[in-house]
Every structure is written in C-alpha cells, then in structure tokens.
Ligand binder design. Sequence first.
Ligand code: SAH
Length: 237
Amino acid sequence: MNLILLAPEDIENHRLARVTDPRRLRHLREVHRATPGDRLTLGVLGGGIGQGELLALDDREATFRLDGLDQPPPPALPVHLVLALPRPRMLARSLEHATALGVKAITLLHTRRVEKSYWQSPELAAEKIHQHLVLGLEQARDTLLPTVTLEKGFRPFVEERLPGLLEGRRGLLAHPGMAQACPRGIDDPTLLLVGPEGGFIPWEVEKLLEAGCEGIHLGPRILRVETAVTALLARLF
Ligand code: SAH
C-alpha cells in the first residue's frame, strides 16, 4: 500500500479523511508503522493524489488532514488485456499485477482449456475482483480502477466482440511458437490476448489470426500466466 486509497465517502469537507476498515488500519500500523505526525501519500478512487498528515490512529480509525489531492494518477497503458480465465489464485495475482502495471481494461475469456468450474469460483464475485484491483492500485500509486468484463463463450467473443475491439487497436496474440517475436517499446493502442495454463488450442489460434491478430512469442521459455502477463506488458510498453 504505497498509496492509501480513499473512497469518496472517506473524505469530509475536502480536508479530513477517515479510514476505518481493518485491512488498511493493520497495514498502517504493521507495514508503515505510522504514528501521528507522519505524512503519507493518499489518493481518492477515481480522482487525484496528494499528501496527508496522520492526525490519529487507533484500533478503530485513522484520521488524516489532507493537503489537497490534486496530482494526477500515473499514465495508463494503451492496452486492453484479454486473459483466458486462470485458476482462482492465479487470477487474483494476474489482476493485481496487470492493475499495478497500468492496464485499464481487462476481459476474462472462456477458452477450451479453461476449466468450466473456474467460472463458479467465489474469486469472480464483483467484490473479490474489486479487492484485487484495489491492491494493484495501492501498490502502483494509482486511483483509476480497470474495468473487468466476463466473456463466457469463445465463439461469441470472436464473432461479436472482437471485431469492435480491434477497431483502432493492434491485436497481439501471445502464443509460444508463433513466428514473430513480441515487439518492444510500442505505444499503439493494443489488444493483448493471453491464453490459459494449457494454452490456446490450434482452432482458437486460427480464429484469432483470421480475425486480424498478430501471433507473437516471448522466446522458448513457457511462462506461467501471471509471469507471461507481466513480461509481455513490460516488454511491449
Ligand atoms: N502449455 C501452453 C502454454 C501455456 S502458458 C503451450 O505450451 O502452448 C499460458 C499462456 O501464457 C499462453 O497461452 C501464452 O498466452 C502465454 N505465454 C507463456 N509463455 C509464452 C511464450 N514463451 N511466448 C508467448 N506466449 C507465452
């Protein structure tokens, strides 16, 4: 939590912020080892960033005096990430990493090698997803939540949604063994597709290439989904 992320309702009169949830209070005590008088970085969800002085901290509440949350959050990456739904624990970490790296649009997609049971996971509840996104924002000192969309059918996604998503975006399909190496340092609006632990099946690769995506590889090492997401984003942007 390199940034104390406030909800708009945590702020009174633009000057005073109250934090009352156990997670943030514990973090303030145990990680920041914060004491009254400390100045910390705060941001408001969907808004600006600034500094605040901790006025008081006890088991129930921390209060801050804000100096104005008028700095913009860091720039976003120009990417829409399409991720085949990973297993729940990997989903949590992938969402957190992608958010920390600046992704603002995430689609979770069903593909043949996604276990159907993953769609029943409690980790997909809106509240759980929100928690992982918030952890990513706090880590990266950001305030703008990504949008997360669930696409439970591969074929409808490719036929109905993908053409629109590829308008004005460069589609990049990460798949081991593709001919083209992952590009570096681009700033084009991009749609990046990452497969499940078992990879995309050949038919899916064919459909995505037919739709206009470019196949890219990251070299001979097969990476876990969360590592692949991080490596791809770091190398692309
Ligand atoms: N078992 C699968 C790989 C799955 S890795 C296979 O051998 O094809 C999970 C996902 O991470 C892949 O679908 C791909 O999108 C991405 N990925 C992992 N390593 C990669 C690499 N070396 N090049 C491109 N994409 C990779």
